[in-house]
Design a protein around this ligand. Structure first.
Ligand SMILES: *Cc1c(COP(=O)(O)O)cnc(C)c1O
Length: 451
C-alpha cells in the first residue's frame, strides 16, 4: 500500500467574498505529461526551469487560422511576426506552413534571409530601418512598409542611387472604435496624413505602391474593429485606383488577434472571452467583399497574426523552491521561474497547474519567482493545492513574447525544447552559460587583477 502523503493542517480565514462563477474550487487536473512526455523527466533531463513548445499545437493553430480565412476570402497570405517568437526552429515551422516573414528590425530581417526566406516574401515593418537595412530590402525586392515621411524620403533617394523601383506600402493608423488609439505608427487615416504620403509616393514615380497596411493594436478582443479597418483600407485602395489608375495588390491587416490567455483584471478566463479565428475572419472578409472591388481585382489579404498562433503552444516548466507564510498569513510559494523569463506575467494571469497529483485542499496563494526583487511576482493570487519543495508546476500559454523578451538578469536563460508532431523531443535553444556571458565582455588591462 502506498503511504498517504502528509499534508500539514492549516487554519484558514473564511473569506465571505465572491466565489467566481464556477465556485471556489480549482477547476483543473494536474498536467503530468505534454505531448506524451513526462514533465518530471523533461525537467530532470534538461534542467529547471524549461520552455517546452508543442509543434503539434502550432501546426494545428495555423491550419485553423488558414481555414477560417481561406473559406471566406479567395486570396489569403499569412506572414509570421518574428518578434512574437523568432527562435529559428519556430520560424521554420511557420515558413513550412507557407507563411511569409514579417520583421521589424535589421536583425530580424537578417534572421529571415539567413533562414532562406525569399526576399520577396519578407515584409519589413517598423519605425527604425537604417539606410543599410533599406538598401538590403530594396536589393532583395522585399515589401517595405513605410512608417513616416523621413523614411519615405530616404527610400526615394535610395531608389535613385540604386536604380531600383522599391516595392512599398504605407502603414495607416486609424480610429476603429478601440481606445486608446494606436496612432504612433504610420500615417493617420482621418486627418489626411495617409493621403499626403500616398500622393508623395505616386507623384514621385520612384516606387511601386503595392499595398496598404495597418496593425490596429494588440490582444484585440473586438472582431468589429478589424471590419472597420478593412473597410477604411478598401476605401483608400479604391480611391487610389480612381485617382491614379493604379491597382493596390494587397491589404495587410496586421496582427493583434487575442490569444486564449487571461488579461490581468479580467473576470472571466480568456478561453471564454477571446474571439475565434472564425469571428475575426468573418468580420474582415465581409468588409472586403462588401466593398466595391471588382471581382477580378480583389486584393490579396495579408495577415501578420502572432500571439494567437503560438501562445498556447508554449509551456514553462518549473520547480518549487519553498513555501512560506506572509506576515498576514497568506501562503507564498516560491518557484524557480522569474519574471525575467516570463515577461508576459506583467500582462496576463497565467494559468499555473501542478505537475503531479494533488489533493482537494486548495488555498489562496501568491506565487513568487526566485529573483531578489520585490516585483518578481508570477501570480498575485491564485488558488493552488499545497506544493512541496521540489515538486513541479507548468505555466500555460507562454509561447508568445517570452522567448524574445526574456532577459538575462540574476539568472541565465534556460533550455528550450520542441516536441514535434511525432512526439520526438528536440533541444532548439541551449541554456546560457557563464562562458557565453563572459565571451561578450572585455576587462581592461589595469582591471585584470584584483589583488
Ligand atoms: C507585433 C506585430 C504583429 C504581431 O502582433 P500579435 O499581437 O502578436 O498578433 C504584427 N504586425 C506588426 C506590425 C507588429 O508590430
Amino acid at each position: 500500500m502506498n503511504k498517504v502523503r502528509y499534508e500539514r493542517p492549516v487554519i484558514k480565514k473564511l473569506e465571505t467574498g465572491m466565489p467566481n462563477k464556477f465556485g471556489t474550487r480549482m477547476d483543473y487536473e494536474p498536467l503530468t505529461h505534454i505531448d506524451g512526455h513526462s514533465v518530471a523527466k523533461m525537467l530532470k533531463d534538461y534542467g529547471s526551469p524549461l520552455f517546452v513548445i508543442s509543434e503539434r499545437i502550432i501546426r494545428s493553430n495555423i491550419k485553423k487560422a488558414k481555414r477560417a480565412f481561406e473559406t471566406r476570402y479567395p486570396k489569403v497570405q499569412f506572414a509570421w511576426s518574428y518578434k512574437t517568437n523568432y527562435l529559428n526552429a519556430i520560424c521554420n515551422i511557420f515558413h513550412q506552413e507557407g507563411s511569409w516573414a514579417e520583421v521589424v528590425s535589421g536583425f530580424e530581417y537578417d534572421k529571415a534571409i539567413n533562414l532562406g526566406v525569399d526576399g520577396r516574401k519578407i515584409i519589413f515593418n517598423g519605425p527604425n530601418k537604417s539606410e543599410l537595412d533599406l538598401t538590403k530590402a530594396i536589393n532583395n525586392d522585399s515589401l517595405i512598409h513605410i512608417d513616416h515621411l523621413d523614411e519615405l524620403y530616404t527610400i526615394t533617394e535610395l531608389a535613385e542611387t540604386l536604380n531600383k523601383r522599391p516595392r512599398v506600402a504605407i502603414r495607416v493608423n486609424m480610429d476603429t472604435g478601440v481606445y486608446p488609439m494606436w496612432d504612433r505608427f504610420g500615417f493617420n487615416y482621418e486627418n489626411g496624413q495617409a493621403w499626403d504620403a500616398l500622393n508623395k509616393i505616386m507623384h514621385s514615380g520612384k516606387m511601386e505602391l503595392v499595398g496598404l497596411h495597418c496593425h490596429i493594436g494588440t490582444f484585440m478582443l473586438s472582431p468589429h474593429a478589424y471590419g472597420v479597418a478593412a473597410t477604411k483600407l478598401a476605401e483608400l485602395a479604391l480611391s487610389i485606383e480612381q485617382k491614379f489608375k493604379h491597382e493596390i495588390k494587397y491589404i495587410d491587416l496586421g496582427g493583434g488577434f487575442a490569444s486564449k490567455n487571461t488579461l490581468k483584471g479580467s473576470y472571466l478566463p480568456g478561453t471564454d472571452t477571446s474571439p475565434s479565428f472564425n469571428d475575426f475572419a468573418e468580420a474582415i472578409s465581409t468588409a472586403l467583399l462588401n466593398s466595391n472591388f471588382q471581382k477580378d481585382k480583389l486584393p490579396l489579404l495579408v495577415l501578420e497574426t502572432g500571439r494567437a498562433l503560438i501562445d498556447e503552444a508554449g509551456y514553462l516548466l518549473g520547480t518549487v523552491i519553498s513555501n512560506k507564510r506572509s506576515s498576514t498569513g497568506r501562503r507564498n510559494t516560491i518557484l524557480d521561474i522569474g519574471v525575467n523569463i516570463l515577461f508576459t506575467s506583467y500582462w496576463y494571469d497565467h494559468k499555473i497547474t501542478p505537475a503531479q497529483p494533488f489533493t482537494q485542499y486548495t488555498e489562496d496563494t501568491c506565487v513568487y519567482g526566485p529573483l531578489c526583487m520585490n516585483i518578481d511576482v508570477i501570480r498575485e493570487s491564485t488558488s493552488l493545492p499545497l506544493l512541496n519543495k521540489g515538486e513541479h508546476v507548468v505555466i500555460h500559454s507562454v509561447g508568445a513574447y517570452n522567448m524574445t523578451q526574456w532577459m538575462q538578469f540574476i539568472t541565465l536563460r534556460p533550455n528550450v525544447v520542441l516536441i514535434d508532431a511525432e512526439e520526438k523531443l528536440h533541444l532548439i535553444r541551449d541554456k546560457e552559460s557563464l562562458e557565453n556571458m563572459n565571451n561578450m565582455e572585455k576587462i581592461p588591462e589595469h582591471l585584470r587583477k584584483i589583488n
